[in-house]
Ligand binder design. Structure first.
Ligand code: GRF
Length: 188
């Protein structure tokens, strides 16, 4: 049974979808939900699902990424995860952190990579006049939003879309794509 730690920064809707998918004959189980924000709404949801949680506020570290990550690593390593899932985790990780989990760290990004790495993906797709948008699950490597792609899901961009309406349509796809990609990855 593979042990999965999930990193979040906010509401954790992707974390919930992942945690709810890991039941029955699924080859993995959630063992930790950790956040860089002690107020992240997803932490209370994880606790209500009986999942161990941890939070390390990144703000006191004032940009010292290595020091923040050293603190965050403590509860992560204590949980002994086989797989790390970034799910709405909004901090850029250093190459040193990534290397520790190279080949067993996944992320979901709300665009059809390689298009629109980084932020504000929905606004950029609308402004570019794209007919399609979507989300990508990929392995995390030292280059932001760049690793091997495990899966993608496409949605139409509608003429009256705003970034919010498009984000909602994409998020619904994320909640299906990420669990499917994790199950396949954990079964490898
Ligand atoms: C969403 O924008 C989603 O597209 C991206 O992270 C953000 C928050 O997701 N993956 P969540 O609800 O916290 O999982």
């Amino acid at each position: 049974m593979k042990r999965v730690a999930i990193l979040i920064s906010g509401g954790g809707s992707n974390m919930i979808a992942l945690a709810q998918s890991m039941t029955g004959d699924h080859p993995a189980r959630p063992v930790l939900v950790a956040s860089n924000d002690p107020q992240a709404g997803g932490l209370a949801k994880a606790r209500s699902m009986g999942i161990e949680t941890a939070a390390v506020d990144h703000r006191p570290f004032k940009g010292d990424r290595a020091a923040f990550e050293a603190a965050l690593l403590e509860p992560i390593l204590a949980a002994q995860p086989d797989i790390l899932c970034l799910a709405g985790f909004m901090r850029v990780l250093t190459p040193a952190f990534v290397q520790r989990f190279e080949g067993r760290m996944l992320n979901i990004h709300p665009s059809l990579l390689p298009k629109y790495p980084g932020l504000h993906t929905h606004r950029r797709a609308i402004e570019a006049g794209d007919a399609e948008a979507g989300c990508t699950v990929h392995e995390v490597t030292a280059v932001l939003d760049d690793g091997p792609i495990l899966g993608q899901s496409r949605v139409p961009v509608l003429t009256d879309d705003t970034p919010d309406t498009l984000a909602q349509r994409v998020l619904a796809e994320e909640h299906k794509l990420y669990p499917a990609c994790l199950r396949e990855f954990a079964a490898r």
